[in-house]
Design a protein around this ligand. Sequence first.
Ligand code: SF4
Ligand code: MG
Length: 327
Amino acid sequence: MLLDVHDLHVEFHTRDGVAQAVNGVSYGVDEGETLAVLGESGSGKSVTAQAIMGILDVPPGRITGGEVIFRGRDLLTLKEEQRRKVRGAEMAMIFQDALSSLNPVISVGDQLGEMFTVHRGMSKKDARAEAVELMDRVRIPAARERVRQYPHQFSGGMRQRIMIAMALALEPALIIADEPTTALDVTVQAQVMELLAELQREYRMGLILITHDLGVVADVADRIAVMYAGRIVESAPVHDIYKAPAHPYTRGLLDSIPRLDQKGRELYAIRGLPPNLMDIPPGCAFHPRCPMARDVCRTDEPPLYEVTESEAGRGSACHFWRECLHG
Ligand code: SF4
Ligand code: MG
C-alpha cells in the first residue's frame, strides 16, 4: 500500500468549542490507484487530505490521533523539514482555486521552472525547457509562447492545467486533488478530469480525488470512500457503489445526481443539513436525515461493518446495510 491512513483524528479549537472534524478515518491508496473521497462540505474530506499533506499543523487544527503511513513511514512522526521534502517531491496537492494558489506576478514558466531549480538544482534555462514540456504534457496549446504569460492571462481550465503541471513536475507517487474541477464550467470540468485521469495512468501515481460530486468519479475512480461528519460511512469499489449503495447516505448522493435520461424529473435532495461538528448527533450521526432511521440508530453508533457480500473489500457504517443494499 502506497498510503495507509489509520484511525486519524483531527480537532479544531475555536472560541465556540471544539469541532470534531475527523473522527477515526482509515483509508488506503495503492500505487496506480484512484480513490475518490466523497462528501458534503464539512464532512472532513479536505481536512483529512490536509493532515496527510502536513499542511494542517497550524492552530486551530490539531491532529489528535492516528497514523499516516506513506511508503512505509509514519508521516505524523516526521519533523517539519523532512515533511517539506516529502511534499512536492513525493506527494503533491491540487486545489480548487488555481488563481489563489499561483503567484499573480510571476510568469507561469518561472513558477513551473522553480520546481526544477529549487528541488533539482537545474539551471534557469533547463528549468524553462522542462516548464515548456510540462505545459505540453497538460496540453496547453502554444506552450513555448505562453510560458512567458502570467496566471490571469489563462482561462480557468488552462490555469487548472497549470496546477496539474505543477503537481506533476517532480513526478510524485501520490497526488491529492481537492475539488480540482469544481470552479470550472461543466464541459471544461470533464476535459480537466479526463486529463488528470490520463496522466494518473501514465505516471502510475496514486490519486486521491476529493469531490462532493458523485457524478464526476464514475469513470476515473477505482474505489470510493464516502465521508459524513468526519467518518467514513461507506467504502467500496466504484462499480459496487453504482450497482447498489450499502449506506442510505450514499443512496441519497446517488439519487441526487442529475441524469440526462431523466430530464425534467425533479432532483432528489437529501433532507436537512450536515451536522454541526461541535455537536455531532449521538448514535449514527446521519440519523436525523436518514429515511431508514429507527430507535437503535439514535443510541448506537454503527461501526464500519464488513459488507460480506462483496469480494473486493467493502464497508458500511449502517446497522441496516443489508436492507439498504437490497432495498
Ligand atoms: Fe440510517 Fe440507521 Fe443506517 Fe444510520 S444506522 S444510516 S440512521 S439506518
Ligand atoms: Mg473542501
